[in-house]
Design a protein around this ligand. Structure first.
Ligand code: AMP
Ligand code: ZN
Length: 176
């Protein structure tokens, strides 16, 4: 589908590139789900995490280095961010999410948005790196597991609060 190639279009326009190296670029997420939300993408045409193998470990390390760089450039602290991949990505071209843990954003609207960053649907960089290193590939989650994770309660990422709906979670996140 055409919308799945939106990231590739974005990274072809130099105006979007905040950092560029020989191997990778950093762009701003067009629909940020927190105060800071960046994507790190390889220049090589790798569709998703499911194409990764051991030969990509140095590239993954470069993506992570750029994630650290963009946080530093923005004058933010590393501990306030989560860095990783969606277990079930929707957009083409491998992309590493670099997102601040506040999750304060008008683009954060649905339970799916929340649970895709705050359950096992989000694979931290270190976890994915270790999995590629040990097993050589990433396996797709079964559909019923994805549905189960998407249906999880709206638990705050900073305390034990469980929200009854997204408006209440968003109000709560503002207070942190
Ligand atoms: P994922 O679910 O991991 O595939 O996430 C795709 C991300 O790309 C989402 O966070 C979207 O907000 C973001 N996005 C969608 N279209 C664009 C675009 N054209 N340029 C930059 N980011 C985009
Ligand atoms: Zn809380």
């Amino acid at each position: 589908m055409y919308w799945q190639t939106g990231l590739i279009k974005s990274l072809l326009d130099p105006i979007n590139l905040i950092i560029t190296t020989d191997e990778a670029v950093v762009i701003a997420d067009k629909y940020p789900k927190a105060r800071h939300h960046y994507l790190v993408l390889p220049k090589e045409d790798i569709a998703s995490i499911f194409q990764l193998s051991k030969k990509h470990l140095p590239l993954l390390e470069e993506l992570h280095l750029l994630a650290r760089n963009i946080i530093e450039i923005r004058g933010e602290s590393y501990e306030r961010f989560q860095i990783g991949f969606h277990a079930q990505p929707s957009m083409q071209r491998l992309h590493l999410h670099v997102i601040s843990k506040d999750f304060v954003s008008s683009c954060l609207k649905t339970k799916k948005h929340w649970n895709s960053f705050n359950t096992s649907l989000f694979i931290p960089y270190e976890t994915l790196h270790a999995q590629i290193s040990n097993e050589g590939h990433i396996q797709r989650l079964p559909k019923d597991r994805v549905d189960e994770l998407l249906a999880k309660p709206l638990t705050c990422n900073q305390c034990a609060f469980v929200a009854k709906n997204m408006p209440s979670l968003k109000e709560h996140l503002q207070e942190h």
